[in-house]
Design a protein around this ligand. Structure first.
Ligand SMILES: Nc1ncnc2c1ncn2[C@@H]1O[C@H](COP(=O)(O)OP(=O)(O)O)[C@@H](O)[C@H]1O
Ligand SMILES: C=C(OP(=O)(O)O)C(=O)O
Ligand SMILES: [K+]
Ligand SMILES: [Mg+2]
Length: 585
């Protein structure tokens, strides 16, 4: 059983006022320094260890303390250990840390959809330099060869330049969408024009004002008088006549038609969900794309139009059988009425979720999208799953070099909600200013994060336990306590040594004020951690011996100028149930 931790009552430094934000207190003269003594020349290590019933592990000690002072002694000599080892971190973070220190690092992660505007090696590198954490490829567009080239270029960038840009493959799903406009980049539909939407296959050039529809049942399912919405209402038509496979439609709201834009149809003010609602979540084409993603070892697969947890579980077992090392995480896209209905079970089954506002806004009234977003972000945080806010964040930047004030406010709100990540779609895939759009996301994120750190404006969120076992509960408690200590002590960084990434995600979930340095042994875990709020993932080989891990880390990071003597850090690990507070020697 867990023991009481007498240290807490013995050490006044640990009696923090709970919940209320603690003022920065001067603990020992210098607020950032734990006392050092001659017996502990290189900074004190203070360790709390909890024990569990399965106490055969050497990690399960009650407390380690040094002759009643509450401080375990450690000799953190910067030694030989590191000389042969290496640490991998991306160049942008390294420069940021060196130049501006810990507080300058961005906590909100950035996902960029890669398309014709950004698929070249130089363009990809520019995005990586600009802060792209995850590159998304959308299987609605392009061929496997095209996507493979992008994947290879990102991989090369990671290998040669030290980035950990993860790859997210997004499935097409069984939505109804238009064809590819016969190769044209877009087409303008004017008020009063009559267009033909047809399920016919056109092998030569498309007749004028004709759109191919990918769903065979389309002409049968729509009725004269139905409203047809392109891309959630960017362009609207009214169905005026049905002639076999052709549906004649009158344009009532003009606008730009983009290739493969999504289509929904509405009758008497409600979304029509006939046979199309019975389409499988994962189409036969999606299965081929998923096989491609597994073969290419992508880091994330985002599943479009998820309706229930069942499909996620099904896909998980499919992928597990083909990719036994477990390197692929599943992201559920919340973009339908069904996915909102079954939100908790879907998020629980997935490894993360996306607020896919594009299609969501076509399925529920637009004015309900903001509250849905807030709810999805909250549920994901409570269930400890990373969440991405996506679509139209900077839509006007597809054409213009500056965003609208409203777009900046929208980005700010997602950052304030402390979503894990923000995503660019058309802005980076086919827009004219992909790098500028990324810069806007980066600078708005940094500014808003700084603002509420300074003002303590974020609302506290109840974080219910997520683990199923007592051992899990201990991990959670350690992370919650470590994050709280980090805030109260104003430490420079949290360090977490994690093999699976789980402890890192538990710390991220607490959204602490300082950055979290997540050390992990495998490149694949490192890339996947790159989607999570506040984590700076490093690849490092480490052992079960925390003291040597810390020595090695300090030595390597100091050698690269990323930390310096006197910096205050708190370290936790998933090998040892402890929280250690120390100054970098
Ligand atoms: N691989 C690609 N090849 C060509 N165009 C692409 C590609 N990926 C994205 N695009 C373009 O960028 C736009 C925005 O991307 P995204 O939001 O992911 O797709 P969609 O609009 O289909 O939901 C697409 O409509 C398409 O015009
Ligand atoms: C991200 C979305 O999905 P896609 O771009 O694949 O339609 C969305 O609908 O917002
Ligand atoms: K998609
Ligand atoms: Mg969508």
């Amino acid at each position: 059983m867990a023991q009481s931790i007498p240290l807490v009552s013995r050490s006044p430094h640990l009696n923090f006022p709970s919940l209320s934000p603690a003022p920065k207190r001067c603990l020992y003269g210098n607020p950032r320094r734990v006392p050092t003594s001659s017996s502990c020349p290189s900074g004190a290590v203070f360790s709390i260890r909890a024990s569990t019933s399965d106490s055969d592990s050497s990690a399960h000690h009650v407390i380690v303390s040094d002759n009643g002072t509450g401080y375990a002694r450690a000799t953190l000599t910067v030694s030989d250990a590191a000389s042969t080892a290496s640490i991998e971190v991306d160049a942008v973070t390294e420069v940021e840390l060196k130049e501006n220190g810990f507080r300058s690092t961005r906590r909100t992660k950035l996902v960029c959809t890669i398309g014709p505007a950004t698929c070249g090696s130089e363009q990809l590198e520019a995005l990586a330099v600009g802060g792209m954490n995850v590159a998304r490829i959308n299987m609605c567009h392009g061929t496997h060869e095209w996507h493979k080239r992008v994947i290879d270029r990102v991989r090369k960038l990671n290998e040669e330049k030290g980035y950990a840009v993860a790859i997210m493959m997004d499935t097409e799903g069984s939505e109804i969408h238009m064809g590819d406009l016969g190769g044209a980049p877009s087409a303008k539909a004017e008020d009063g024009e009559v267009w033909t939407f047809s399920v016919r296959a056109f092998n030569s050039t498309l007749p004028e004002r004709t759109i191919h529809v990918n769903y065979d049942g389309f002409a049968e399912d729509v009725k004269v008088g139905d409203e047809l919405l392109v891309d959630g209402g960017m362009v609207r038509f009214e169905v005026i006549e049905k002639i076999g496979p052709d549906v004649k439609c009158l344009c009532t709201d003009p606008g730009l038609l983009l290739p493969r834009a999504n289509l929904t149809f509405w009758r008497n003010g409600s979304l029509v969900r006939e046979r199309n609602a019975m389409l499988p979540t994962i189409s036969s084409k999606d299965w081929l794309d998923i096989d491609f993603g597994v073969a290419e070892k992508v880091d994330f697969i985002a599943i479009s139009f998820v309706k229930s947890a069942e499909v996620i579980n099904h896909l998980k077992s499919y992928i597990a059988a083909r990719s036994p090392d477990g390197g692929i995480s599943l992201i559920a896209k919340i973009e339908s009425i069904d996915s909102l209905k079954n939100l908790e079970e879907i998020v629980q089954a997935s490894d993360g979720a996306m607020v896919a506002r594009g299609d969501l806004g076509a399925q529920i009234p637009l004015e309900q999208v903001p509250s849905a977003q807030q709810k999805i972000v909250r549920v994901c945080r409570q269930l400890n799953k990373p969440v991405i806010v996506a679509s139209q964040l900077l839509e006007s930047m597809i054409e213009y070099p500056t965003p609208t004030r409203a777009e900046v406010a929208d980005v700010s709100e997602a950052v304030r909600q402390r979503a894990d990540a923000l995503m660019l779609s058309g802005e980076s895939a086919m827009g004219q200013y992909p790098e500028k759009a990324l810069t806007v996301l980066r600078s708005v994120s940094l500014r808003i994060e700084k603002w509420w750190r300074e003002e303590k404006r974020h609302e506290a969120m109840i974080l219910p336990p997520v683990g199923y076992s007592f051992a899990d509960n201990i991990k959670e408690e350690i992370c919650v306590s470590a994050a709280k200590m980090a805030n109260n002590l104003g430490v420079d960084a949290l360090f977490v040594y994690t093999k699976s990434g789980h402890m890192a995600s538990l710390l991220s979930r607490c959204r602490p004020d300082c950055p979290i340095f997540a050390f992990t042994t495998t490149p694949s875990v490192r890339r996947r951690l790159n989607l999570q709020w506040g984590l700076i993932p490093f690849r490092l080989s480490f052992s079960d011996d925390m003291e040597s891990n810390l020595n090695k880390t300090f030595s390597l990071l100091k050698a690269r100028g990323m930390i310096k003597s006197g910096d205050l850090v708190i370290a936790v690990s998933d090998m040892l149930q402890s929280i250690q507070v120390m100054n970098v020697p």
